[in-house]
Design a protein around this ligand. Structure first.
Ligand SMILES: NC(=O)c1ccc[n+]([C@@H]2O[C@H](COP(=O)([O-])OP(=O)(O)OC[C@H]3O[C@@H](n4cnc5c(N)ncnc54)[C@H](OP(=O)(O)O)[C@@H]3O)[C@@H](O)[C@H]2O)c1
Length: 293
């Protein structure tokens, strides 16, 4: 299946649904007991099923997730893929970004990234320095687009202020349960300012499938869709929102791909927004600043 894309007014375009690689190869550190062959197979399977966006980061398995992606994509046409990686906080000086980028390119075995993100704000380096390095990578044509992740609106505005290139994405924690970016108005800001939100953890690692089983089944029945498909579609049916899930299990991949190519009706999007149980007004991983403006 061809995964549809979403386009900003600026022209930036990316797939509405992709594959995440967090926990492939390990967590913060490489897991020597990890079944790497199985993770590589999961990435290949996703590409064969039509996934083109693969999201990774130098932080995942201390770089090993990038190496697994590099291995998996070898036999595919690079130009058909949309690769995102991220520079870790701690590597955000000018030279730190450029060195981190080189290491990522080697592990991914590619000569460009479609999207390079600042993984999270780093208070120890002035954002203008980090952005100067990100801009240089675009100018050198080794990165097509740049953006950020886990930035508050205020931090996003500061970063954009110092950037000659548009920051096209903020990758943020958002799903039916984690509503921080709705509660603080960030989602409206990005919609208004033509920025894509890549919602990470769309299923809250499958927790929302049990917490919201009843309502997801109820809505899913109307569309003949499963709870996971409804939860993912709820995200991508919204303006300027795309997402990606980790799917090492073939069944999850097949199921989640069925979340694209159709759209929940606006009244069902609002019904889920209002009635979904266990809503939280803060991310449990990267809570954003309350002082947004
Ligand atoms: N920027 C950031 O700070 C940040 C933070 C976190 C994550 N991310 C990115 O976002 C991606 C996705 O987030 P995530 O992995 O944390 O959360 P997620 O996609 O909500 O959850 C993934 C987990 O749910 C399972 N799953 C997937 N589809 C399922 C289905 N249909 N039914 C039941 N279980 C299902 C997966 O199992 P299997 O793997 O066994 O299939 C995996 O254990 C990550 O891989 C990463 O690339 C970014």
């Amino acid at each position: 299946m061809n995964i549809p894309t979403k386009k900003l007014i600026s022209g930036f375009e990316m797939p509405v649904f992709g594959l995440g690689t967090w926990q492939m190869g390990g967590r913060e550190e490489r897991n020597p007991d990890n079944n790497d062959a199985s993770d590589i197979e999961a990435i290949k399977r996703a590409i064969e099923a039509g996934i083109t966006h693969i999201d990774t980061a130098e932080m995942y398995a201390a770089g090993h997730a990038e190496a697994l992606v590099g291995e998996a994509i070898k036999e595919f046409d690079r130009s058909n893929l949309f690769l995102t990686s991220k520079v870790l906080d701690g590597n955000q000086t000018y030279n730190g970004v450029l060195s981190a980028f080189d290491r990522s390119m080697k592990r991914l075995d590619t000569n460009y990234l479609d999207l390079y993100l600042i993984h999270a704000p780093d208070d120890s380096v002035h954002i203008s320095e980090t952005i100067r390095a990100m801009n240089d990578l675009v100018d050198q044509k080794v990165v097509k687009h740049i953006g950020v992740s886990n930035f508050s609106v205020k931090q996003f505005e500061q970063a954009q202020h110092f950037s000659n290139h548009k920051l096209v994405v903020n990758q943020l924690h958002y799903n039916l349960e984690i509503r921080e970016i709705e509660k603080n108005g960030a989602i409206t800001y990005y919609q208004k300012h033509d920025v894509m939100i890549t919602a990470w953890r769309p299923l809250q690692k499958s927790i929302i499938l049990s917490d919201g089983a009843e309502i997801l089944h109820e809505v899913g029945k109307k569309y003949n869709k499963t709870p996971a498909q409804v939860a993912i579609n709820w995200l991508i049916s919204q303006q300027n929102v795309v997402t990606m899930s980790t799917m090492r299990d073939r069944k999850h991949l097949d199921e989640n791909i069925g979340a694209v190519g159709w759209k929940l009706l606006p009244e069902d999007i609002e019904y889920l927004r209002e009635k979904f149980p266990n809503q939280k007004s803060k991310s449990d991983v990267y809570p954003l600043s309350d002082k947004l403006w």
